[in-house]
Design a protein around this ligand. Structure first.
Ligand code: SF4
Length: 251
């Protein structure tokens, strides 16, 4: 998952915020097409989910999945990860950016899980954020996916989509997160992160959004929409059909 450090990325041009009925309709469109969206990181349990998300900062999910295939086969619990040791972890993840720091964090968080949490991934934010390498965004992803909590993790894709569309204008990821949490209808919050990240990755791309194929263009307030067929004529390209593994961080 692309990383987004607080206050680093300049916010796109500000747009007025969508009205509540527009936001409800927009998420209704996502829900109608993809009622149960899933992320693209591979994991087998809450621990491997946590490790995969930690590894995904400034890396593609596809790149992380390639590395974790061997890593998780060797170590899918904190105890096994500690047994693997720093060199063993590093050997599995050296294809990922920042692998030295990430390997240290994976080892240290595994040790802390053993020492303080009975080798279990905790299901609350404060405990999660006390783990090495785990910030608010990672905690939000784990709380959402592993524990079913209505959190919304804002990465570079959600930040862009939230601002472009007028869904959740904000100058920082936290502002966008707060705007989303306060305005997305309760029934849609659990899946909002995945709908928006997939939308940002495959349709509302950074350099050239695919507006003609966009199912929410009718509500979007982005002034520089790309030209093409009207929504009714547009081929509603499914993100799933475009997951060809070639995307870069902002694609
Ligand atoms: S209409 Fe274009 S800019 Fe707006 S959300 Fe869709 S792809 Fe993004």
């Amino acid at each position: 998952m692309p990383n987004l450090t607080e206050n680093v990325m300049p916010a796109p041009k500000a747009h007025s915020k969508l009205k509540p009925d527009e936001i409800a309709a927009l998420f209704g469109a996502f829900a109608a097409r993809d009622p149960a969206p899933r992320g693209e990181l591979n994991y087998t349990n809450p621990f491997t989910l946590l490790v995969a998300v930690v590894l995904s900062a400034q890396a593609t999910d596809i790149g992380v999945n390639k590395a974790t295939r061997g890593l998780f086969a060797a170590a899918d619990t904190p105890d096994k990860m500690v047994s693997l040791g720093l060199d063993g972890i590093t050997g599995h993840i050296r294809t990922i950016g920042l692998f030295r720091t990430k390997a240290k964090n994976v080892l240290a968080l595994s040790e802390k899980l053993i020492a303080e949490f009975g080798s279990e991934v905790p299901g609350n934010r404060e405990a999660l954020e006390s783990l090495p390498g785990v910030g608010r965004k990672t905690a939000n992803v784990v709380l959402n996916i592993a524990f079913g909590q209505p959190t919304i993790a804002v990465d570079t894709h959600l930040f862009r989509v939230g601002n472009r569309t007028g869904l959740a204008p904000g100058r920082t990821p936290r502002e966008v997160e707060d705007a989303l949490v306060s305005s997305v209808p309760e029934r849609y919050v659990l899946h909002a992160h995945h709908w928006l990240i997939l939308h940002g990755r495959y349709v509302c791309k950074a350099r050239k959004p695919d507006c003609p194929a966009c199912i929410i263009r009718g509500w979007c307030r982005f002034e520089d929409k790309t030209a093409g067929a009207s929504p009714g004529e547009a081929k509603t390209t499914s993100p799933a059909r475009k997951r060809d593994g070639t995307q870069t961080l902002d694609d």
